[in-house]
Design a protein around this ligand. Sequence first.
Ligand SMILES: Cc1ncc(COP(=O)(O)O)c(C=O)c1O
Length: 455
Amino acid sequence: MSNSNHEFPKPLEIPNSSSKSEQSLNFFRNQIEQHHRRFQASIPLIASENLVSRAAMDMFTTDLHNRYAEGLPGSRYYEGNEDYDPIELHTEELAKRLFNAPFADVRPISGTAANISALFSLASPGDKFMAPELAAGAHISTQKFGAAGLRGLTTITYPSIHETMSIDTDLAVKAIHTEKPRICYVGQSVYLFPNDLKPIVEAANEVGANTMYDGAHVLGLIAGKQFQDPLGDGMNLITASTHKTFPGPQHGVILANKDVELPNGKSLHKTIRNKVFPGVHSNHHLHKVAAFGVSLAEALEFQEDYAKNIISNAQNLAESLWNRGMKVFASDLGFTQSHTVLVDVSERGGGADVSKRCEAQGLIMNKNMLPGDTSAVNPSGIRLGTPEMTRLGMGKDAMDEVAELIHLASISGHESEVRERSKSLKNQYTEMKYCWKTEENAYTLPNWSEITNFN
Ligand SMILES: Cc1ncc(COP(=O)(O)O)c(C=O)c1O
């Protein structure tokens, strides 16, 4: 059923073992330019992706990229950090300010590294760990084969409400009392509706568990005060990646409420510091810390508006798809209160087939499991996200056109029309919003260095 991609050029042949070294450089440059052109001509709908601002991206190519800064500002194992240390300190201050957090560690290099650091801080092998079900949108970090398993934890899942893919709070509270876990974790990769956190925190306190909120997907919505306030609701920690609804560099962060004593008598804040380094990291990618700092500074100015528009775009997209007869998840509840929309496309060929066909027509999304699915490779659904399109300034009318294109792309017979319409819609939105403005477009081709000693 899949159509071939008749518009986008095929990748170049990968240089073979007898090719000259410089051919490899040309190959990488060419592929990256092609990647930029593809994104320039497509509608990006991956819920976990976003565009980092140019001001933040500038930090990537500085000398910070070449350095180490093991330890903490003022107490490093390496010399040469005199100028970098204030950058890390200021980034931490900005994170604490934006999230109203008593504590921030900006060194984790990803959401997963933040989760591993947190799990190693809060629990010991053999402990029980409560998390949502995979089928209710949980991340792989919560599983035996992810971070939880790596720490030797036994994952017990909260009962969930399948209609909303969220935790059933009443039953979860009962389960916490029965199971008495070491950690109560909340957070999802398909995160449509906020969870009711206070009863979970209360039950966790009653059984002596610590609480951890994985805000990887919704960090930007929390920053913009549009989703929920996990620290305000009493969760001990937020772990997150910094590049989904929060439009920063690919990096991670741990935010914490006021310090508490862990069962081993140690301070939670100090334990996190020690697990982040030397436990999980050595190099913490200093250029990304600086870029995160810039993104936090931008977020203090722009994130509230941005987060509001991400959510209203998701709701409008969902409604427009629904009006075209597509089976959007949670229709009784307004579809979504986040950046994510879930659609059952089993009647249109299933998630794998629909997402592949859409890609060939200039609509980039991912297949996704729905409750009741057993195969992650061939699931019934697609997951759509609005962070990147909102970042480019799209609003209600554009969402309606995107919905029309997804509808047409998921039934056969409109391939070249959809391809052209996707491209032409996208061409109207090239400038990044909700950040400091620069001359470059979102997908401007890289400015390659000139090589002067090619043979
Ligand atoms: C809920 C959740 N936690 C953690 C992660 C991992 O984040 P990263 O990709 O930054 O390691 C993801 C990634 O999508 C996620 O959805």
